[in-house]
Design a protein around this ligand. Sequence first.
Ligand code: CTP
Ligand code: MG
Length: 235
Amino acid sequence: MGRTAALVPAAGRGERLGPGTPKALRQLAGVPMFVHAVNALTESRAVDLVIVAVPPASVDEVSALLVQQQFSADVSVVAGGDTRPESVARALIGLPADVDVVLVHDAARPLVPPELVSAVVAAVRQGHLAVVPGVAMVDTVKEVDAQSDVTSTPSRATLRAIQTPQGFTREVLQAAHAALDADETEITDDAGMVERMGVVVHVIPGHEEAFKVTRPIDLILAEAILAKRRAAGAV
Ligand code: CTP
Ligand code: MG
């Protein structure tokens, strides 16, 4: 059995969060968001090494922050790209030869429970080539046309909101990235690329604390969850 790596795309600007520091470097409970994410990955014990892709201008700052931390896995930093798939591709380049399972986890999902990380790795090791966590939709989802007129309402029972970490065999993830056209802009997750190759992507139960910090209101939720964990003695 090979080792398991986690790639952490953390190179986005966080435009929906508003002006300021790049999102992954914004602090939650005094700790940068990407550090929370890396902690959750390494605490699962299912991850042997982590590669974080950060804004090119932040590589030195992030490297300095990481040496101050004590992680139970090797953590390294690369310069990310202009799009999420590019950032993941750049992290993939440095993957050691003995890695056979790869997770991709958004730095913007800092509160993912370590148990969810372990469950994704376990499902890949049990034989699924691609595994994603998913939760039931809360809202009804409608498809609209260019005029904002509704064209269809898919049955909510068949829909899942998909989170990260997403897990893949190394071969599948590398093939999906090799097949991607550089000018594609609609790609929002790695599983989407894998599906287009005709590989079945398996959904396991996700977790509400694996939500993505996207808008200012999400910061309030994240701080509240961290305060609750602190009160419970979990951090
Ligand atoms: N990401 C990345 N490289 C990019 C763009 C995004 O590594 N060029 C990462 C983000 O840092 C984040 C994850 O992909 O951890 C999910 O992206 P998203 O939530 O959209 O983050 P941002 O792109 O930073 O936010 P926004 O779209 O609001 O600017
Ligand atoms: Mg984005």
